[in-house]
Design a protein around this ligand. Structure first.
Ligand SMILES: *Cc1c(COP(=O)(O)O)cnc(C)c1O
Length: 384
């Protein structure tokens, strides 16, 4: 199935809604039945009927079909946020007493899920350096039920060899989950490499306009069905039909937005690489990146996010650089139309700043849809 077909046609049934080009927002909580027998059948099979929007809604169904196809999966679920998608990938697959292996430094709230929330229910997690497959082998215990990956992460971009981890996990009967937000399903296809469940925050690239919070999770029909029938209906972290519609609209331009963002990112990196105030640029497709070869092997491309390590003795130098930028907003998140910077020193107390620590001098840069020359000039003037 070609990408244009998925983004523009798949799942849409225009004859069913007056040949309208844009799909309708089915803003209803409820669906009615002609007979009690029809209602009885619906109650027995909520996954495949229009009964109640916490389960299935026609606008959200279009989105589910498109996301599943983008991921190369049989089915997908859509959530009210990316962290809800993480939660729903993990929770239905573990019980009290089970063990999880996770890569070190996943997304902040994923870290808190593993370190704070799950231990309350006696599910414990070992975090490992995921750049080496031996570390997975050594961390697996008889009660390990799930391996959680994030490749690359969104600050220092460490990768995991997805094919190797999938093979290892399959041989031990362990479910694999990946946070695929950085590449998006357009530029990395974990399910085709053997990973069981692929999630992404749709708040970032899929939404693309900094106006919607959402998450997606794709996998086999069996796994998605299990999640739907168990904790999905119980937790109720669903996307609204209107937000699903916003994502359908955003999908029309996902391909061209990412192409432009990735191209601009490379132009910006080329223009500032080697600047005397920059100690290092961390980016998976930079030849200096330790896992550059693996990046080329399992990711089709990358862009948008990269990290600068500034040369600085004082925290004020880093703060001034960020505040001097005119075309970059200082903010968390990423994936929208607007360029952003996020300095790691914002996450520590001012007095704890230590210039010897590389990770205190990191600035994550997100490149949006602006013209590359404008962004390059702006970074150079702020550096100087
Ligand atoms: C933002 C983000 C999330 C969480 O998504 P929300 O939509 O904000 O809940 C998860 N993983 C990664 C890598 C992210 O960048």
């Amino acid at each position: 199935m070609d990408l244009s077909y998925i983004l523009n046609i798949l799942g849409e049934d225009r004859e069913g809604y007056f040949n309208a080009v844009a799909p309708p927002i089915m803003q209803t909580s409820n669906f009615a039945f002609d007979t009690i027998e029809d209602l009885r059948k619906a109650l027995q099979d909520e996954a495949s009927t229009h009964l109640y929007t916490r389960g299935v809604n026609p606008t959200i169904e279009i989105l589910r079909k498109k996301i599943a196809a983008l991921d190369g999966a049989e089915d997908a679920l859509i959530f009210s946020s990316g962290v809800a998608a993480v939660f729903m990938a993990v929770m239905p697959n573990v019980n009290a007493g089970d063990h999880i292996v996770s890569v070190a430094k996943p997304y902040s709230w994923t870290t808190k899920l593993f370190n704070n929330l799950l231990p309350r229910f006696n599910v414990n997690t070992t975090m490992i350096d995921g750049t080496r497959i031996e570390n997975f082998e050594n961390a697996i215990r008889p009660n390990t039920k799930l391996i959680f990956l994030e490749s690359p992460n969104t600050m220092t971009y460490e990768l995991q060899d997805l094919r190797a981890v999938a093979k290892l996990a399959k041989s031990r009967g362990i479910i694999t989950v990946i946070d695929n937000s950085y590449c998006s399903p357009l530029y990395q296809k974990p399910i085709e490499m053997g990973i069981d469940l692929s999630m992404q925050t749709a708040t970032k690239y899929t939404g693309g306009h900094s106006d919607t919070v959402a998450g997606t999770l794709s996998g086999s029909r069996e796994m998605i069905d299990k999640i739907f029938r168990s904790d999905f209906l119980n937790v109720g972290a669903i996307i609204s039909p209107f937000n699903a519609w916003l994502l359908l609209r955003s999908l029309r331009t996902l391909d061209i937005r990412l192409k432009k963002i990735f191209q601009t990112t490379k132009e910006v990196i080329n223009a500032i690489d080697g600047h005397p105030k920059i100690e290092k640029i961390i980016f998976p497709f930079h030849p200096s990146f330790p896992q550059y070869e693996l990046a080329k092997k399992q990711m089709q491309d990358a862009g948008g996010l990269f990290t600068l390590i500034l040369k600085a003795d004082k925290i004020e130098e880093i703060e001034h650089f960020c505040e001097k930028l005119n075309r970059f907003l200082v903010a968390v998140s990423w994936g929208g139309h607007e360029s952003l910077v996020f300095p790691s020193c914002a996450g520590i107390k001012k007095e704890d700043f230590d210039p010897k620590m590389e990770n205190h001098r990191m600035i994550r840069v997100y490149i949006g849809l602006e013209d590359s020359n404008v962004l390059i000039e702006d970074i150079l003037q702020a550096l100087n």
